[in-house]
Design a protein around this ligand. Structure first.
Ligand code: AMP
Length: 282
């Protein structure tokens, strides 16, 4: 497995792959791997000849009060884990390689998909995500790119950008990988104290409770929303950032559940902010 730090080395690597008529799968990440990341890489490995994983904690997608400085990093450990699933190259550029001499071009997504959920709580976040992802697409020129359904809004934003800008890449969404107790795996779970970690599965439990009600016939959006909000609010260590329900995949407001809907939550445990979601089907 190769560790690549510069855009020019990455281009040379990709040119070599292309010369052999091989397909490329890209897995963009911020590192500090867990099984969720590995699942993306395994999917890529099954569908593509060569798999490139990028590890880049992109400053552009962090707000001024967010955890850019403290975000967990461990390249050695990530390298070992990526090797176990057969990743061919890790692209891990420094900021000066990604944004040399500052930066004056950004990809700004329209509001339809970004004025809600994490987009409204993290101003500029999806501009940062879209910009870095299009840069990674241009650098690695993948046939397919893999994203986790854990960041459901991100998948929709990337899909929209790919469609709107005619980017020649297939976006593949991979299901959420969870711990045994249901907590969605996340690099940020490391921030949780033991007491917070014990109660953190409440995110998924509340989503499952809502899903059960829908399966029993409940269709009222306010009712479904309040099942989740009430359950999370009953936990003193948890602070609800948002609970939201939209039609899926177009993210329109709904009063009554019809066909598919995205039920998504963001919850703070002290300084740690965790997200989770589930797709409901009427
Ligand atoms: P991150 O390093 O947190 O930016 O995540 C990199 C990619 O892994 C994103 O596409 C995430 O959606 C995906 N991902 C993160 N956690 C999970 C998970 N628990 N299950 C599936 N995919 C995940």
């Amino acid at each position: 497995m190769q560790i690549i730090k510069t855009v020019s080395e990455m281009r040379a690597f990709i040119n070599g792959v292309r010369a052999q008529n091989k397909t490329v799968g890209l897995v963009p990440t911020m590192g500090y791997f867990h099984q969720g990341h590995l699942s993306l890489m395994e999917n890529a490995k099954r569908q593509c000849d060569v798999v490139v994983t990028s590890i880049y904690v992109n400053p552009l997608q962090f707000g001024p009060k967010e955890d850019l400085a403290s975000y967990p990093r461990d390249l050695q450990r990530d390298t070992e884990m990526a090797k176990t699933v057969g990743v061919d190259a890790i692209f891990t550029p420094e900021d000066k390689e990604m944004y040399p001499g500052g930066f004056d071009t950004t990809v700004v997504m329209g509001e339809t998909l970004t004025n809600k959920l994490c987009g409204s709580r993290r101003p500029g976040h999806f501009t940062g995500v879209a910009t870095v992802v299009i840069k990674l697409f241009n650098i690695a020129q993948p046939d397919r790119a893999y994203f986790g359904q854990k960041d459901a809004q991100q998948v929709l934003v990337i899909n929209r950008m790919v469609q709107d800008l005619n980017i020649n890449v297939e976006v593949v969404s991979v299901p959420i990988v969870r711990e045994n107790d249901g907590l969605a795996m996340s690099s940020r779970n490391i921030y949780l104290t033991p007491a917070q970690r014990r109660v953190a599965p409440i995110l998924y439990q509340s989503l499952l409770q809502a899903k059960e009600e829908v399966e029993k016939g409940q269709r009222d959006a306010t009712f479904i929303y309040s099942i989740v909000a009430d359950k999370i609010k009953s936990e003193p260590l948890a602070e609800v950032d948002y609970v939201e329900l939209y039609s899926y995949p177009d993210l329109k407001s709904i009063g009554t559940l019809k066909e598919k809907a995205l039920l998504a939550v963001a919850v703070k445990f002290g300084g740690a902010r965790l997200i989770d979601n589930i797709i409901l089907e009427a």
